[in-house]
Design a protein around this ligand. Structure first.
Ligand SMILES: [Zn+2]
Length: 169
């Protein structure tokens, strides 16, 4: 599994729910963890690995959150406001302040098929909103301020040009 870069159309697609957890899924999830750590990311959504399923992985050891996988997640009870600098593995070298909720409730299933439900606050809540957006085909540059999008215009255009070259190669 390799990181899929903007503007690959798979990143704009709404990912499909995962119907069942089998060996193939377990192998894909292991690849997602490997890719997230190799790229030194805090989170990764399956479409970023070219797999258009509603699966995300993340970790935040500062809060005691080790590698966690969330399948078919839903987010509810968004509360408060938090703005932090975000990057995205699919947008190398691009960082911007994004406005998010500070707290949310998340429900999902884990790799053993068990229901998971918890409340996330602060940075983990920001990671989860960013990764959940990927499952909806929403990319973080669309949440930037107009000023930040202008500031990153050249870098975005360069990624678009590299993608065009790769597709036509
Ligand atoms: Zn991202």
């Amino acid at each position: 599994m390799d990181i899929v870069l903007y503007p690959d159309p798979i990143l704009r697609r709404k990912a499909d729910p995962l119907e069942q957890i089998d060996d193939e899924v377990r192998a894909k999830v292991a690849e997602m963890f490997e890719l997230m750590h190799r790229q030194k990311g805090v989170g990764l959504a399956a479409p970023q690995g070219g797999w258009s399923k509603r699966v995300l992985v993340y970790h935040y050891p500062e809060d005691g959150i080790e590698d966690q996988v969330l399948i078919n997640p839903t987010i509810s009870n968004l509360q408060g406001q938090a703005t932090g600098e975000e990057g995205c593995l699919s947008f190398p070298g691009i960082y911007a302040q994004i406005e998010r909720a500070d707290q949310l409730d998340l429900e999902a299933i884990d790799l053993e098929g068990r229901a998971v439900r918890f409340t996330a606050r602060g940075f983990p809540a920001i990671i989860l909103q960013h990764e959940y957006d990927h499952l909806e085909g929403v990319l973080f540059h669309t949440r930037m301020t107009i000023a930040d999008r202008l500031r990153h215009k050249k870098k975005l255009a360069k990624l678009e040009e590299e993608y065009r070259r790769k597709v036509h190669a």
